[in-house]
Design a protein around this ligand. Structure first.
Ligand SMILES: [Zn+2]
Length: 292
């Protein structure tokens, strides 16, 4: 009963409803509670790890999974949250997490459930030359996805960035000429809309990348990168027009550009990629439930 009292004391009920597991560790003179959500973690989900420390000054915890270490950020008194990406390329099954502070490491495991993604078969003529992209675009997009701003800009569920119908969902896998592409998955959501249709910010943030086809963004086309803070970023590609500049702050719903077909695109559509610490995650939980 002590446990449930403690949880209720610190956690709003909407979070309680989705708690997968609560682990309690007791070190002499110190207790730390770790909550992991969502309840039914599956490939592509963003894992939220909330650490509630006892009333003491400890170091800000880090959370590690599969040898990668992720930062946590303060979300209240002695309370921290880390977001960890999972993708269709991850192996499902039990995964080990380590929560580390200056007093030690707590180990816990979570079950990452398998999930089947739609597949597409692409047949290319053997002599077909595809665009390779330029170092400039890959360097700039790569650097953008690594941005981790301590401040959290988003608030609540993400908006739909465009009103066109979804033409390709997140996570689609591909066969090229009959061979399964092990490292490919659709790293975002496509919306099919007319050339010039508005593209809006799904959540608040800072415009941290503006790239133009004319500067060498030959795959991405005209591109906007939006930093939502704490390692969460959005990228919008194949735009026709761009309405923002690097450094601009935008609110959810502000127009940032228009749908186009620039770069490696066969028709007007918006590709929106949502990244957590550089990995493309499924935007659906962010859109419908929201991740605070
Ligand atoms: Zn796409």
């Amino acid at each position: 009963m002590f446990l449930s009292f403690k949880i209720k004391q610190f956690i709003p009920s909407f979070i309680l409803a989705t708690v997968t597991a609560v682990f309690v560790i007791t070190i002499p003179g110190l207790s730390q509670t770790v909550q992991v959500t969502p309840t039914n973690l599956q490939l592509g989900d963003t894992l939220s790890v909330v650490i509630q420390q006892a009333n003491r000054n400890l170091s800000t915890p880090t959370v590690s999974m599969d040898g990668k270490t992720y930062p946590s950020f303060s979300i209240g008194q002695n309370r921290f949250r880390a977001l960890l990406p999972t993708t269709p390329l991850d192996k499902s099954g039990l995964r080990q997490l380590q929560v580390t502070t200056d007093t030690g490491t707590q180990n816990l495991s979570v079950n990452l459930q398998n999930r089947s993604f739609p597949t597409q078969s692409i047949w290319l003529p053997p002599d077909k030359k595809s665009l390779q992209g330029t170092d400039l675009e890959f360097d700039r997009v790569g650097a953008f996805k690594q941005i981790v701003t301590p401040k959290k800009f988003w608030n609540g569920p993400f908006l739909r960035p465009n009103q066109g119908p979804v033409s390709t969902v997140y996570g689609v896998r591909r066969y090229y000429n009959g061979d399964f592409a092990e490292n490919y998955y659709h790293r975002g959501v496509d919306y099919a809309d007319y050339n010039g249709a508005p593209v809006v910010a799904p959540a608040a943030g800072r415009i941290s990348l503006v790239g133009l086809e004319s500067q060498g963004f030959e795959i991405h086309g005209n591109t906007v990168g939006l930093d939502h803070g704490q390692g969460v970023t959005s990228i919008f590609i194949h735009l026709s027009r761009i309405n923002v500049r690097e450094g601009d702050m935008v609110k959810a719903g502000d127009q940032i550009g228009t749908v186009g077909s620039t770069g490696a695109s066969t028709g007007p559509h918006l590709h929106w990629g949502l990244y957590v610490h550089g990995q493309a995650v499924d935007p659906v939980p962010w859109r419908y439930n929201g991740i605070e």
